[in-house]
Design a protein around this ligand. Structure first.
Ligand SMILES: NC(=O)c1ccc[n+]([C@@H]2O[C@H](COP(=O)([O-])OP(=O)(O)OC[C@H]3O[C@@H](n4cnc5c(N)ncnc54)[C@H](OP(=O)(O)O)[C@@H]3O)[C@@H](O)[C@H]2O)c1
Length: 260
């Protein structure tokens, strides 16, 4: 049965920090369970997917803004299901929830692990990924999203294949680039064909984990292509779960603690 908002501050009300496939899956589960919850998007994409929950879009204004919003909305639990590379948002959530005494859990998908046949070079950050590419010109499938493209301007000798959700509003910082507009999840065969069509010789990706973006790594393995894989940023300690079912169990335990 749907839970209704009330004036009692202990009435459970959840903030779901989203922007990932897992957040969407959790939103489906929350909506099906009738949980009073708000889904939050950063607002990076022009047409974010519709969610089965009330949705807000845009930054909160740092830790102070997030604290104010959590208080105003009488939020009693927060699930951080942002992308593993959304380190600022995750750190802000840890700090704001600690300050307000609001239980927080991170829905954190396990990192990808190399398997037989993978040719991965793991690097700590995007700058190291640029340095890990060969000096001679190559064809790089640069599958890291829009926000960190600038770093690759340091290696303009390569041809870059970019796959983005939206067309960039600014000129690309890369002199030789082919842009493909598409939104995951992707398939291994689709990514194989994409790399073959563009003559990709290297792949650069972030170790996002999960299933929706894994296809490019499986495609690279099947084509024998080397992958430069950026490792995840460090995050403050926080309670973590690895699946939607675990997140729902965590939520139920905290609702029980509220006497619901
Ligand atoms: N980074 C990636 O590779 C990647 C990949 C796929 C999807 N995403 C999604 O894209 C969004 C932005 O990622 P990012 O790497 O730019 O994050 P970020 O660097 O950690 O966040 C920068 C700022 O964006 C705002 N923000 C981020 N996520 C938000 C959310 N879900 N709701 C409201 N505000 C949010 C916050 O602004 P204020 O400080 O003003 O609150 C945050 O301080 C995230 O929601 C993430 O799940 C990121």
């Amino acid at each position: 049965m749907p839970m209704m908002s009330s004036q009692r501050s202990a009435t459970p009300r959840l903030l779901l920090l989203g922007g990932t496939t897992e957040a969407r899956q959790l939103a489906d589960a929350l909506a099906a369970a009738g949980v009073d919850a708000v889904y939050s998007y950063a607002g990076r994409t022009q047409a974010p997917r519709a969610q089965p929950l009330p949705t807000r879009v845009g930054g909160f204004g740092g830790v102070a803004g997030l604290c104010a919003w959590l208080r105003a909305q009488r939020i009693t639990q927060v699930v951080d299901a942002t992308h593993p590379f959304a380190a600022r948002m995750s750190a802000n959530a840890v700090e704001a929830c600690a300050a307000l005494g609001i239980p927080l859990v991170a829905l954190e998908r396990p990192a990808w692990v190399a398997q037989a046949g993978d040719d991965w070079r793991e690097v700590p950050d995007v700058a190291a990924a640029v340095a890990a590419l060969p000096a001679a010109p190559t064809c790089v499938f640069l599958a890291i999203g829009r926000q960190t493209l600038d770093a690759f301007a340091q290696a303009p000798q390569h041809h870059y294949l970019l796959r983005l959700v939206d067309a960039p509003l600014q000129p690309l910082p890369l002199p030789q680039a082919t842009l493909v507009l598409d939104r995951g999840p992707f398939t291994v065969e689709g990514d194989r064909q994409l790399m073959l069509a563009h003559g990709s010789t290297h792949v650069v990706a972030k170790n996002a984990g999960g299933s929706g973006a894994r296809a490019k790594l499986d495609a690279a393995r099947s084509l024998g292509l080397p992958v430069v894989l950026v490792q995840r940023p460090q995050l403050p300690p926080r309670t973590r779960v690895a699946s939607v079912a675990e997140a729902m169990a965590w939520l139920a335990a905290h609702r029980a603690a509220l006497g619901v």
